[in-house]
Design a protein around this ligand. Structure first.
Ligand code: GLP
Length: 244
């Protein structure tokens, strides 16, 4: 595991974008696993800037996102499809048909989860998976104390996650209680993992995820067992770490 220290949010975003950019330059038809949340917004902004300068080409890139809320239309700004279109896809030359998220409006969620796993496998798996981390250590929407062996599945969000994500909704009562998420097993099958972490409020969970026991009560701790993980985090998020 490599831990890269960034001075601030802009530096974290630039460093992570550099890693994604290198991936796409080296393998233009890469399959990128993408994440939502506030942390990666700056990464997408940086990639858009480099695309606009002509430094990076997304025309052959395929993407699969980690998760989507159940029951929210993709046209609503709280949906992760809307987030991805507006924060990234609409601003670069990626083909819309090459962008994938679980369908939170599917009539049958079990069938949708099977479709999503098959899609990832038909794409040849994920080359680089971008991740954020929730305050309770969740990755994607894999909440604490779930079985590690899951592929894409429907999950009930816990109260802490609902409260943390309420800022994107009119109020907490509007946050959906269910989501579809790639499971831990699916995330661990990605060839490379890039975790971005920002801010003092993530310092404790980041420390636990990296240095604590590998346990389903801290879902992100599983990445200790992945052979190719890079963490890009700012000084505040890394304040519990000591470096030589
Ligand atoms: C949501 C997403 C996660 C994300 C997490 C942290 O729950 N499903 O993928 O990592 O929020 O978000 P933020 O970066 O806003 O702290």
């Amino acid at each position: 595991m490599k831990i890269i220290r960034a001075n601030d949010y802009a530096d974290m975003s630039r460093k992570a974008a550099n890693i994604i950019s290198a991936q796409v330059i080296l393998s233009p038809d890469s399959v990128l696993g993408l994440a939502t949340g506030s942390t990666p917004v700056g990464v997408y902004r940086q990639l858009i800037e480099w695309y606009k300068k002509g430094d990076i080409d997304f025309s052959k890139v395929r993407t699969v996102n980690l998760d989507e809320y159940c029951g929210i239309s993709p046209t609503r700004e709280q949906s992760y499809r809307y987030y991805m279109n507006h924060n990234f896809f609409n601003e670069v030359n990626i083909m819309p048909e090459n962008t994938n998220l679980p369908n939170g409006l599917a009539a049958d969620f079990d069938t949708e989860c099977i479709r999503y796993d098959r899609l990832i496998s038909d794409l040849g798996g994920i080359d680089l998976q971008l991740l954020g981390i929730g305050h309770n250590g969740h990755i994607g929407f894999n909440e604490p104390d779930q079985a590690y062996g899951k592929m894409t599945h429907r999950i009930e969000l816990n109260q802490r996650t609902i409260e943390a994500n309420a800022r994107f909704f009119e109020d907490a009562s509007r946050v959906p209680h269910y989501a579809l998420t790639m499971g831990i097993k699916a995330i661990m099958q990605a060839k490379k993992i890039l975790l971005v972490v920002f801010g003092e409020d993530k310092a404790e969970i980041l420390y636990k995820a990296v240095n604590g026991p590998v346990t389903p009560s801290v879902p992100a701790s599983i990445i200790q067992l992945h052979p190719d993980v890079t963490i890009v985090a700012d000084n505040a998020a890394l304040q519990k770490f000591t470096f030589d």
